[in-house]
Design a protein around this ligand. Structure first.
Ligand SMILES: Nc1nc2c(c(=O)[nH]1)N[C@H]1C(S)=C(S)[C@@H](COP(=O)(O)OP(=O)(O)OC[C@H]3O[C@@H](n4cnc5c(=O)[nH]c(N)nc54)[C@H](O)[C@@H]3O)O[C@H]1N2
Ligand SMILES: Nc1nc2c(c(=O)[nH]1)N[C@H]1C(S)=C(S)[C@@H](COP(=O)(O)OP(=O)(O)OC[C@H]3O[C@@H](n4cnc5c(=O)[nH]c(N)nc54)[C@H](O)[C@@H]3O)O[C@H]1N2
Ligand SMILES: [Mo]
Length: 801
């Protein structure tokens, strides 16, 4: 039996602070994962479900994008994978009765934890204008409302289509086609808030916006630098790969303001060494860096390498640099000019420590740099990552075994969604192939990214907002601004598995479409469909859920989009002789009704995409056929994902040192040193994940490794800062963010009632959990080039209450 959902919100006064953990995972972690699973779905279902995670005939874990090792363990899950699965496979339900019992105001009064814990959505619901409650609506009517709202727009750019990163390749491909078929590239996605900076930096310097290593390379490296990442919580399976690398003799450098448990020690629950012998020491060097100091660290490494080269030679891989790169001389000259004093100031590390790290890099034959949000969510994130590439290029660490760049993705298919064309700035090559495949002309003008989408809504230039998964309101910055922006919409549409804040902060009208998740069996057209996903290393494989869906007439994301396409682009629908609308007589009627007066994008000479929408809905292999025709690298797609096989996408730098850049070479870049300057009496706040959350989904109330229990509204501050700023440990304070606007004014934003906890973060730095702190992140505070909100760099002061 599953446990009942909570009846009240988190009681912040229950906070308990214990010692930090120095070890991650181990047997307690497995037990925690199991406990959460059993609470959500009972014992039987827990065992049946968890044994199928990431197995060759099973489903892809919705937890993270870390790849599967080739030899899978019987239970290839980790604590947080188990929690992600349990959240989705829960037996709790949110149906029409739930919405009848809870008004919108009532729901809006609850926290994200309470909302998310109520269970799976089961029925399409609509919120009429001025209504106090959502009411049930049929699938046909709901889809018709959406189609009509989209057709009623004066301009397709008045619609915005968000995507989160769990959406399968098949659904993502169809979704971007729908959006471009309407005539807009307004396809913001979670990537804009996540690894966009990585994509920007890597595309410019290496010619591909993805990493260049495989899981074998990780095992094979001499040195792994793990910067700005907390794998013990967010990518626990990565720790097994790091452990294996260590077993092969690799060294690890952890670069982080916080001493994160998994980076210090790791107990692998799958091996006797982990369980009995206290595990593996992970980091050989812990570089405790100031927030935003990483560009300086990588410049220090580059400077150290070049100094050694000038002194002794034999450091720079001249053959590689000469044959495959450009810009070396300018980079070398720039590094000679950077003063050590500034590198020390920016990192907060003494020159001896910087040189020690530099020496580890110099003596390593094969180096990989792994990173996540600690590097991407800063104003100078793109410059920082270009400097990471510079360092790797010096020693020829791109495009050979055991070496390369490894941006560690978050959402389990966020990389695949981008490959499928979920991108507001699509390439001409992609659009041309799309045009040819579907006999229409996709729009060329770039669309809005996430932050631009919020601005467009705020400024009244958008009217319809639709989200394929995710929780836009809670995940985006500047919560008050974003909420107000969404409330101006004519219609907001959420395709979701679980209830969240984006269902209660709505446009004048709102629609919720429940959908199947990874763990659910997806029967369409009489057969069980599979979908595909791409992991962080460009490996594509299939995923098939085995659990009965939460309710009878639920639709997959693919089916929802295919039906909408059928209504919007009826001319391209099934030819007369095709067995369309099988087993669903109502549907054909709805499509015809929906089609009445349809502009369907045809009026402006672009035409509408043509495809057999009804057939695509019932046979996802047909969608894969289209993908194969449009996206390079998917030849023999169907065969290459059969029987649990993996399709490795081509990767120029990794496979052949081929660089699709302006001059066909990898680019050294010169990036003026930047780092945050913290005004007196202020702190620089990073907003992070606790151990018991998945982005805006709050699984539970603990951050076990950091010693925080039962509550979330805490701010972690160095104990010297607590004293020097005149506060006391345990005091309840407000966090006030101070944003200097372009015209020199100061904007204040406030997050109330956070408990001060002493924590070993560098002086001047602080940390608190997201999404509670998103209210503090100014909409205009974004990374240069990538536009990513600077969630790891918010200037705040504490205020007594
Ligand atoms: N269980 C679980 N798994 C997840 C997620 C989740 O919420 N829960 N989210 C998924 C998603 S979408 C993503 S993108 C990833 C996120 O994975 P992470 O990037 O690991 O997540 P964050 O909690 O944002 O942690 C950022 C880390 O970077 C450090 N850091 C912050 N600023 C800096 C800096 O300036 N320099 C350096 N060197 N370090 C810094 C922080 O101390 C912290 O250790 O995880 C994915 N996996
Ligand atoms: N301050 C701050 N803000 C941040 C970050 C940060 O570090 N600090 N991190 C940023 C990052 S890295 C990211 S990736 C974003 C995350 O932003 P999002 O991806 O928008 O947020 P999630 O919390 O992952 O979305 C959870 C919701 O997705 C829905 N869902 C889950 N599975 C499925 C599915 O299979 N299909 C569908 N249709 N819906 C599903 C559920 O309804 C659930 O409530 O947040 C960003 N925001
Ligand atoms: Mo992410």
């Amino acid at each position: 039996m599953a446990r009942k959902p909570p009846t009240s919100d988190i009681d912040e006064s229950d906070l308990r602070v214990s010692d930090r953990k120095k070890v991650a995972v181990g047997v307690p972690a497995v037990l925690h994962g199991l406990q959460v699973a059993v609470d959500q779905m009972g014992v039987d279902r827990s065992i049946r479900t968890l044994l199928r995670v990431n197995q060759k005939d099973g489903f892809d874990c919705p937890g993270c994008a870390w790849p599967e090792e080739d030899k899978r363990h019987v239970a290839e899950f980790c604590e947080n994978g188990a929690k992600a699965v349990a959240e989705e496979a829960t037996l709790r339900r949110v149906g029409p009765e739930f919405f009848a019992a809870h008004s919108l105001d009532d729901l809006a009064g609850h926290d994200d934890w309470w909302l998310g814990q109520q269970g799976r959505l089961t029925h399409p619901m609509i919120l009429d204008e001025d209504a106090t409650h959502y009411r049930p609506i049929s699938w046909d009517d709901a889809l018709r409302e959406i189609a009509e709202a989209l057709r009623g727009l004066d301009d397709p750019d008045e619609a915005i289509f968000y995507t989160s990163g769990r959406t399968s390749n098949e659904a993502a491909f169809l979704y971007q086609l729908l959006v471009r078929g309407l005539g807009t590239n307004n396809l913001p996605d979670c990537s804009n808030m996540c690894h966009e900076s990585s994509g920007s930096a890597l595309t410019q310097t290496l010619g591909i916006g993805k990493g260049t290593v495989s899981i074998e390379d990780i095992h094979d490296a001499d040195l792994l630098i793990v910067a700005g990442q907390n794998p013990g919580t967010n990518h626990p399976r990565m720790l097994s790969a790091l452990e294996k690398a260590k077993g092969n003799g690799a060294k690890i450098i952890a670069v982080n303001p916080l001493p994160e448990a998994g980076l210090i020690r790791f107990e692998n629950p799958q091996t006797p060494k982990g369980v009995i012998l206290g595990g593996t020491k992970m980091a050989d060097e812990f570089a405790q860096i100031r927030l935003g100091g990483d560009q300086a660290l990588f410049q220090a490494i580059g400077k150290h390498l070049l100094e050694a080269e000038a002194r002794d030679g034999d450091v720079v891989d001249h053959a590689f640099v000469g044959e495959h790169t450009s810009g070396y001389d300018a980079y070398r000259a720039a590094m000679a000019e950077v003063p050590w004093r500034e590198l020390v100031e920016a990192t907060g590390m003494p020159e001896t420590a910087l040189r020690r790290v530099g020496e580890m890099v110099r003596t390593s034959g094969k180096t990989i740099v792994c990173w996540a949000m600690g590097l991407t969510q800063h104003k100078h994130a793109v410059a920082t990552l270009r400097d990471v590439v510079d360092v790797l290029l010096l020693q020829g660490n791109i495009g050979r075994p055991g070496a390369g760049v490894c941006p560690v993705r978050g959402h389990s298919n966020v990389q695949g969604d981008r490959t499928m064309g979920i991108y507001e700035k699509p390439s001409e090559a992609f659009l041309a192939a799309l045009d040819a495949e579907f006999s229409f002309t996709a729009p060329r003008e770039h669309g809005y990214d996430t932050v631009e989408a919020i601005r467009a809504m705020r400024d009244g230039t958008a009217r319809v907002f639709m989200a394929m998964g995710g929780n836009f309101v809670s995940a985006t910055p500047d919560t008050a601004v974003t909420e107000a922006a969404l409330r101006t919409m004519d219609l907001t549409v959420q395709v979701s598995t679980k209830l969240n804040r984006s269902h209660v902060v709505t446009g004048r009208r709102a629609i919720i479409l429940p959908t199947l998740g990874r763990t659910d069996r997806d029967r369409r057209g009489g057969t069980e469909q599979r979908v595909t996903v791409e992991d962080s290393m460009g490996a594509v494989h299939s995923s098939r859920g085995r659990l009965d869906p939460p309710a009878d007439d639920m639709l997959s994301e693919v089916a929802i989009i295919a039906r909408l396409c059928g209504m919007l682009f009826p001319d391209g629908a099934a030819p007369d002789d095709a067995p369309a609308h099988e087993g669903d007589p109502e549907r054909g009627q709805a499509e015809r009704d929906g089609a009445e007066g349809a502009a369907s994008g045809a009026g402006d000479g672009r035409g509408a995409p043509r495809a057999d929408w009804a057939a695509l809905e019932t046979d996802y292999a047909l969608i894969r056929q289209h993908i194969q025709n449009v996206v390079p690298g998917f030849d023999d797609y169907e065969q290459r994902i059969d029987k649990g096989r993996t399709l490795m996408l081509p990767n120029g730098p990794r496979d052949a040192r081929r660089f699709a850049t302006s001059d066909g070479r990898a680019q050294f870049t010169v990036n003026p040193l930047e780092y945050p300057v913290i005004p007196r009496g202020r702190l620089l706040l990073q907003t992070i994940r606790s151990h018991d959350q998945y982005n805006t989904t709050i699984y539970g109330k603990d951050d076990r490794y950091r010693g925080i229990h039962n509550a979330r509204r805490v701010v972690l501050v160095n104990e010297k800062d607590i004293r020097q700023l005149g506060f006391a440990e345990d005091e309840i304070v407000d966090l006030v963010s101070e944003w200097r606007t372009r015209d020199g004014g100061i904007e204040l934003r406030r997050a109330e009632r956070f408990r001060v906890v002493a924590y070993p973060t560098p002086q001047g730095n602080a940390a608190a959990y997201y999404p509670e702190t998103n209210v503090l992140v100014p909409l205009d505070s974004v990374a240069d080039v990538s536009g990513t909100p600077t969630s790891k760099s918010v200037i705040v002061r504490l205020e007594h209450r």
